[in-house]
Ligand binder design. Structure first.
Ligand code: FES
Length: 132
């Protein structure tokens, strides 16, 4: 069973195929479900022609960052948590509040988007998620 801790048993951290860039770039943010459970879900942002991946639940109190506003200041793209408005740098996950959101590498290969992550990622919930 997914315990939400550690990433063993999932093959460790590796590049996870998410889907075609042409489809994924059609929305500003997609929620990627993790096979480790909802605490490990990932936001895949598409902003200004670039993909960014970070933990979907805010490091503060678990707010849904996929629903946050995105703003650019001095060339830095930030997402603002919809719950208490904390900012997180899309590239580094750093916040002006000193909290740190986990970010993940993203790569494009042959038109597909991959995210480097310790669990399987899917646009659809995993069966275990649906009971929650
Ligand atoms: S839960 Fe995100 S700022 Fe509080």
């Amino acid at each position: 069973m997914a315990s939400g801790s550690g990433d063993e048993g999932e093959g460790g951290v590796s590049w996870r195929l998410v889907g075609p860039a042409a489809v994924l770039s059609g929305k500003r943010c997609r929620l990627l479900h993790s096979s480790l459970g909802r605490d490990a879900d990932v936001c895949l942002f598409y902003v200004k022609g670039e993909f960014f991946a970070m933990d979907a639940r805010c490091a503060h109190s678990g707010g849904p960052l996929c629903e946050g506003d995105i703003e650019e200041a001095d060339g830095v793209l930030q997402v603002f948590c919809p719950w208490h408005d904390y900012d997180f740098d899309l590239r580094t996950g750093k916040s002006g509040t000193s909290l740190q959101q986990k970010v993940y590498e993203v790569k494009l290969e042959e038109g597909n988007v991959y995210v480097k992550h310790g669990s399987r990622l899917s646009l659809q919930p995993f069966p275990a998620d649906q009971k929650r």
